[in-house]
Design a protein around this ligand. Sequence first.
Ligand SMILES: [Mg+2]
Length: 170
Amino acid sequence: MKFTPDLILDSFDALTVDLLKEKGIRYLILDVDNTLIPYEEDVPRPAVLAWLEELKAADIAVSFVTNNHRPRLLKFNEALKYPAFANSCKPFRRNMKKAMRAMGADREHTANMGDQIFTDTLAGRFLGIYTVLVPPIKDKRDPFTRFKRLLERPIKRAYYKKKEKKNNEK
Ligand SMILES: [Mg+2]
């Protein structure tokens, strides 16, 4: 299914250097809000910084692509200075493509990670890169978000079903 992510993890740092190497990923496009930081915060926590350092040490290029506005992204990226793109309107691919270009990335070795199927995962699928989904750090409780999560449910179920089938075949 077009919407199904390639991989679902429990949190951003479950995407380890070892796992990335196993999948042949050298370029990473990261969502910011609710993937790396909750909406209430604007700078990366030490755990995020430590994880990014590990990626850097392993020569894995990183970029940020967010649907949120530029001032928030600039603040988040202030000390990091990675290629970063705001107002991205994911699932549109435009800024994801820009991020790939900025990293010198090719599709085969690029992954994206985000917390939303209908923006992050779909953009990655449209682009033909490896897609990683994580649960939102702290989900909003407004009716629109709850409705979105409801729509995501069967897609997540399809992912786990497929995974189970794969495991049984091993
Ligand atoms: Mg997000």
